[in-house]
Design a protein around this ligand. Structure first.
Ligand code: GKR
Ligand code: MG
Length: 420
């Protein structure tokens, strides 16, 4: 299982105009697909962000992995560390998943290679990745419907027929209804930070009325001050399962947490292992959203699960826009992590194209059945990969920039952080 070649392919795929605190999703989202081609013909698959800084880093790492075994992930991580020297930054200029650092850059660059190694190992041994991670404790992984305020379509593009516009409580409820009817989701998360807090409270109340039994979450991506966050928490007392990143920083979250009755969740203030001591000491969070793309792969997320369990912090899962390789990795991880007991986030219902052949991944009854085939259990479609790579070359987008894109329509737009 020696690596003979490493292929790193950027792709672009259609993404609807989903709104968030930073702006609005561009017409194309970017991802990078990693293939570890082994001497005996097995190919391991990985997927991560597609922004140019990370892409350049992955391209520099790729040749250094040739000749290593896919079972020697420590050696692979060592190579990644050597290449990624003191150059933090990259995937998230909008800071929706926290501030960058060198340690985070290493874990982020290592992640797609670790997943690809596990995929290749599983294929070689004829077992699913969840077996390599200790065995699936659930046959299907529950996910939450990820609701967004949304334009009907991108200006200059065909409108999206399925979901249309969602800019008020009725629109959000209609979107939720379609998601629940289509996929059977049993938890709902609304991406907030788009409208003044009272309007987002109204949307949550409308969801509560329309779906009296479903757990609800609200995530304004740190758009609010501490005082506003406390007020929203008071108003939504008894309504939310958790409130995600109402305000920035660990001290800010700790202040809100002292007053709020529901747990506070984060994928913004505790986003690396060295944030955990302060987060725990200040009791800033009740739930952590893990994400193997920046916590350093599937096994590091299992380590994180143990730490969370030790300190009584609940564990959920974060998602950015992604394709099927990432979904498969998320599902195997969640299936093999007993402590991860919240319905996970996924953008997958918003994903309009894919690089994997259809069939292996389905959302049924609000969950994704764990793929049973060897490795990740998904198969790369070379034609789809080539098509989405062509789309990458053509579309001209080289990094995510929700704010810049929104400013092409509303030049005065500034993220509302600190003003609400
Ligand atoms: O895709 O607009 C988005 C989300 O806002 C995403 O970028 C966030 O990272 O989903 C994420 C979150 O939970 O904060
Ligand atoms: Mg979040």
């Amino acid at each position: 299982m020696i690596i003979r070649d490493v292929l790193v392919t950027p792709v672009a795929f259609r993404d609807p105009p989903l709104l968030n605190v930073a702006g609005v999703h561009q017409p194309y989202a970017l991802r990078t697909i990693v293939q570890l081609v082994c001497a005996d013909g097995v190919v391991g698959l990985g997927e991560t962000y597609g922004d140019d800084t990370l892409l350049a880093r992955l391209e520099r790492i790729a040749p250094t992995l040739v000749g290593l075994s896919v079972f020697d992930v420590n050696a692979i991580r060592g190579k990644v560390e050597t290449v990624v020297t003191g150059a933090p930054g990259g995937q998230d200029p909008d800071r929706l998943t926290g501030a960058p650092s060198t340690a985070r850059a290493v874990l982020q660059a290592y992640s797609p290679f670790e997943v690809a190694c596990l995929d290749a190992q599983g294929k070689a041994l004829g077992v699913p990745v969840s077996d390599l991670l200790g065995g699936a404790v659930r046959e299907s992984v529950p996910f939450a419907a990820y609701l967004f305020y949304k334009w009907a379509g991108h200006p200059d593009f065909e409108p999206d027929e399925t979901y249309g516009e969602a800019l008020d409580p009725a629109g959000v409820v209609a979107q939720a209804r379609t998601m629940v009817d289509t996929y059977g989701f049993a938890s709902l998360k609304l991406k907030g930070g788009v409208f003044p807090p009272e309007q987002e409270i109204a949307a949550i109340r409308a969801l509560r009325e329309a779906f009296p039994d479903l757990p609800l979450r609200l995530d304004p991506n740190a758009a609010w001050t501490v005082a506003t966050s406390v007020k929203v928490a008071e108003e939504l007392d008894g309504v939310l399962e958790y409130l995600e990143d109402p305000t920035p920083t660990i001290p800010g979250m700790a202040e809100v947490a002292r007053e709020a009755t529901m747990p506070l969740a984060t994928n913004m203030c505790v986003v690396a292992f060295d944030h955990l001591p302060e987060g725990v000491a200040r009791k800033a969070i009740g739930v952590l959203l893990c994400d193997h793309h920046y916590w350093g792969g599937l096994r590091m997320c299992q380590t994180l699960a143990t730490i969370c369990q030790t300190f009584g912090i609940g564990l959920s899962m974060h998602s950015n826009t992604h394709l099927g390789i990432s979904l498969a990795a998320m599902v195997h991880l969640a299936a093999a992590t007993p402590y991860l007991s919240y319905a996970c986030d996924t953008h997958y219902p918003w994903t309009l194209d894919d690089v994997v052949r259809p069939g292996a991944l389905r959302i049924v009854d609000g969950g994704v059945p764990v793929p049973a085939g060897p490795g990740l259990g998904v198969e790369l479609d070379p034609d789809a990969l080539a098509r989405l790579h062509e789309q990458y070359l053509r579309c001209g987008i080289r990094r995510r920039d929700d704010g810049g894109y929104l400013r092409t329509f509303r030049p005065e737009f500034q993220p509302p952080r600190g003003t609400w």
